[in-house]
Design a protein around this ligand. Sequence first.
Ligand code: SAM
Length: 291
Amino acid sequence: MTKDIATPIRTKEILTKYGFSFKKSLGQNFLIDTNILHNIVDFAEINENSCAIEIGPGIGALTEQLAKRAKKVVAFEIDQRLLPILEDTLSPYSNVKVIHQDVLKANVREVIQEEFGDQEDIMVVANLPYYVTTPILMKLLEERLPLRGIVVMLQKEVADRMAAGPNTKEYGSLSIAVQYYTEAKTVMTVPKTVFVPQPNVDSAVIRLTRRSKPAVEVIDESFFFEVVRSSFGQRRKTILNNLSHNLSKKLSKEQLLLALEAAEIAPERRGESLSILEFGKLSDSLYKINN
Ligand code: SAM
């Protein structure tokens, strides 16, 4: 029986056979530890009824573990050189489809419709290319795809920011953006030694469980995110100062004070102390004063 792809020996064999050289610019750090991969698939709760979308299969380390457990796997890979390798390494699995495309340019909704039809249990599971972690996750969330959730490996520092709560130094507009759509939890930290080549930063696995509706109901979603970004402008400043600096074209200081009072938020508080519900309240009272 052939060894799993995600072992140091098999990975080396594959890389040598194809004379593959890593492209740092594509975030190519391949996993060589089967246990970590089993954990990732467990955290994603993949079973024979699940459909999985993978981003960046590399030489197929995670794809193989997904294929063993899921009903079907669809993987987006940007690097043309990996396609013949994947065709070889994944040949034992008939439930995998590799799409040669930059996931940021892909119509993922259409692919879901074509490949999974009316299947209900769809998960994104990936060891993400670190140079585009945030754009990829924000694309998947903002498009409101019919996903059960997302379980991905990424830089620990980014995972910490995504899962952070108020009054921590990691809490910011990225935490709110992610937690607006999902419940976020870092489920595992991962040492550098399980990758080839080893990345420069520590890694973690985050689980994002899609909420049935956003964490807070707001009148105008894009205005809500503008208020959030404006509130975190400069962390040392009070919320009033940040808002008056960043929203001065739309609202006067008097209007800001009225809106803060209506939302029961003291003007001298800092953005990092506001919960997502408070940001929702604040955004709605600013919106009402402005319209
Ligand atoms: N899944 C493999 C593993 O765990 O060993 C490889 C993970 S590696 C961190 C990231 C992979 O994403 C690489 O194969 C890289 O070529 C691919 N990639 C980078 N940017 C991409 C993009 N925009 N769209 C799709 N794949 C991308």
